[in-house]
Design a binder for this molecule. Structure first.
Ligand SMILES: Cc1ncc(C[n+]2csc(CCOP(=O)(O)OP(=O)(O)O)c2C)c(N)n1
Length: 624
């Protein structure tokens, strides 16, 4: 029938008769699977909200009305219905459309998202502003049950319920975060069955009471009140009604007619309302329905079968090395505890969680809580290892400062996805960690040059008596041999990998391999470069660096991160503090900007962090 091709904006969607909408949903799913199988992306979450997205755009008038997609990873159907069909095949590609809503990409995207649990706060901000401007648009936040576990979501609910602003929160409940959702909220939400059972009971009992002569209506009223308060103890509605939201649901999220009727009614309501919608993650694509965890965020696959397209994986990923090493070390050290914030697969902690279920904690999407929870564990002499992606650890900055560093508690931070992460783009690049961690008193910050050094840094961290972080990149290691037993590294000791006369390249983490490659290129051009694997951003090996700088005054620092306050800045400070002024220093890194999405190698080349860029910089420095 090809209905999707006729839709260039939500106005076109409204022209499609209701009875054809299930066919449209099928076409949207087909398109999403076709494209994501080639580009990779967040498949299962997007498939789960196809009907909800159609219904929302059918009933509301975007862009005047605003829909905020929490996290935004479920927004593919929204992109298809809001004028981005012709570019949808460029999803997550360099120069193509983003994998998340982005206000600079489309006027139909009401808020830029990527990190979870911001939608309610943002919606309340928009609703408040609309109120002050006497505008009557509808504001809708769509938030998953996983994202609802974050404190930020409850901070939003708390103010929204009190302010009584007109806004609609749609709780998209599929019982899953990336992994199965965790915590008390999750078990409360899964009581939907008992809620339905209770509603049926209520209807029957009410009919019975009303049928009683004379006392019937009074008894009914009394029973209704009692029942309301009883219901409040046992249904998910209790929670949201406690926040002054009018709670509706739970309703089935794949019945289009039903959804459209309910949303049409909700459009007429004032004040804060919450609609609880039950959806299935991966809906309509059998492989994703069967394995929604795998298809949450997936690489390229065969669309027919869902089978993974085998890339050339030459070495284990840093994440795998971290997870396996921690599980190995935990066998002989029972104080080691692993903490993840809703990312057990993503952080490589599944082997640990299976071997040591009592020492593994998934705290939900609650990075702030996870860090302070770890501080509590450390107070009791345990060795908590908090594994959080660089970008999400930003959430927990005050907890790192106030609850960990202030009293120098031995909490270990395994900072995964440090540096440019690729197709997820600016909301997810881990560009700030070296800057934000190195500025903290008592904190030690390391970055390994390869996966064997990552193992050594894990051992170093486990043995260290204060706060310590190691940050490592997304993707495969270099395929190096692994030492056994694992030797810790002396704190603050860098490593001179190659000596030279002409130029001194100071590298950290994943840039060390590029620095060595640049050295090989330079040798061919007759340039003799020294390369240091600095290992520590804090404490920096100032002795080694300054000693070399006195001999080789042309210095290049290179880091996979932001320049301001990062590794190169640390080098400049060290040179200055040791009164070494007769040097030229060029810092390579990301200069005061957010960078777009695209393949890691493409972005590293574009922003001058790869071997070619380092070599070119050395040549130009020597020419001057
Ligand atoms: C602050 C933050 N922490 C972690 C993540 C990684 N993350 C992306 S989606 C997701 C699960 C979201 O679950 P839910 O809200 O239920 O949405 P679903 O995918 O199940 O539809 C997580 C943990 C994130 N985006 N932001």
């Amino acid at each position: 029938m090809n209905l999707l091709n006729r839709i260039n904006s939500p106005k076109d969607l409204k022209k499609i008769p209701r009875e054809d909408l299930p066919e449209l949903a099928r076409e949207i799913r087909q398109r999403i699977v076709d494209v994501v199988s080639k580009t990779g992306g967040h498949l299962a979450s997007s498939l789960g909200v196809v009907e909800l997205t159609i219904a929302l755009h059918y009933v509301f008038d975007v862009p005047e009305d605003k829909i905020i997609w929490d996290v935004g990873h479920q927004g593919y159907a929204h992109k298809l219905l809001t004028g981005r069909q012709d570019r949808f095949h460029t999803l997550r590609q360099h120069g193509g459309i983003s994998g998340f809503p982005k206000i600079t990409e489309s006027p139909f995207d009401a808020f830029t998202t990527g990190h979870s649990s911001t939608s309610i706060s943002a919606a309340l901000g928009l609703a408040t502003a609309k109120g002050l401007k006497s505008e009557s648009s509808k504001i809708i936040a769509v938030i998953g049950d996983g994202s609802m576990t974050a404190g930020l979501a409850f901070e939003g609910l708390n103010q929204a319920g009190d302010s009584k602003k007109d806004m609609i929160v749609i709780l998209n409940d599929n019982d899953l975060s990336i992994a199965p959702n965790v915590g008390a909220l999750s078990s409360l939400l899964s009581r939907t069955f008992s809620a339905k059972y209770l509603q049926d009971l209520k209807r029957e009992f009410g009919d019975f009471l009303l049928s009683l002569p004379k006392i019937g209506p009074d008894a009914y009223l009394f029973a209704k009140r009692a029942e309301e308060s009883f219901k409040a103890f046992v249904t998910p509605g209790m929670l949201f009604e406690g926040f002054n939201f009018d709670y509706y649901g739970p309703i089935k999220g794949h019945r289009l007619n039903h959804l459209i009727d309910i949303l049409t009614n909700m459009k007429k309501l004032d004040g804060p309302v919450l609609l609880h919608v039950i959806t299935q993650k991966g809906k309509g694509y059998a492989p994703a329905e069967k394995n929604p965890v795998y298809f949450h965020g997936v690489g390229c696959f065969e669309a027919e079968t869902g089978a993974k397209l085998s890339g050339q994986k030459t070495a284990p990923t840093y994440t795998e090395v971290f997870g396996n090493t921690l599980a190995e070390m935990a066998e002989t050290d029972e104080k080691i505890i692993a903490v993840t914030a809703a990312m057990p697969e993503g952080t490589g902690l599944i082997p640990f969680s299976k071997k040591f279920p009592d020492r593994f904690f998934d705290v939900g999407i609650a990075e702030q809580h996870g860090v302070t929870f770890a501080a509590g564990l450390a107070m009791e002499g345990l060795k908590p290892v908090v594994a959080i992606y660089s970008t999400f650890l930003q959430r927990a900055y005050d907890q790192i400062v106030h609850d960990v560093c202030l009293e120098s508690l031995p909490v270990i931070f395994a900072v995964d996805r440090g540096g440019i992460v690729g197709e997820d783009g600016p909301t997810h690049h881990g560009l700030f960690d070296l800057c934000y961690l190195r500025s903290l008193p008592n904190m030690t910050v390391m970055a390994p040059k390869d996966e064997n050094e990552l193992r050594r840094m894990i051992a170093t961290a486990i043995a260290y008596p204060g706060p310590i972080a190691f940050r490592y990149p997304r993707g495969c290691g270099l395929g190096v041999a692994m030492d056994s037993p694992i030797e810790p590294i002396d704190i603050g000791k860098g490593e001179l990998l190659a000596d030279g006369r002409d130029v001194l390249i100071l590298a950290i983490g994943s840039t060390v391999a590029d620095a060595m490659e640049a050295r090989r290129m330079l040798t061919k051009k007759g340039v003799d470069a020294a390369v240091v694997n600095c290992r520590f951003v804090k404490p920096l090996d100032a002795g080694l660096i300054c000693g070399l700088a006195e001999r080789i005054p042309n210095i290049i620092t290179v880091e996979d991160g932001l320049l301001q306050g990062g590794f190169g800045s640390a080098v400049l400070e060290a040179l200055n503090d040791q009164d070494i002024h007769n040097v030229r220093v060029k810092r390579l890194g990301i200069d005061d900007r957010f960078i777009e999405h695209g393949p890691i190698r493409t972005l590293r080349a574009r922003y001058g962090l790869d071997a070619e860029a380092i070599a070119a910089e050395a040549v130009s420095m020597l020419r001057q």
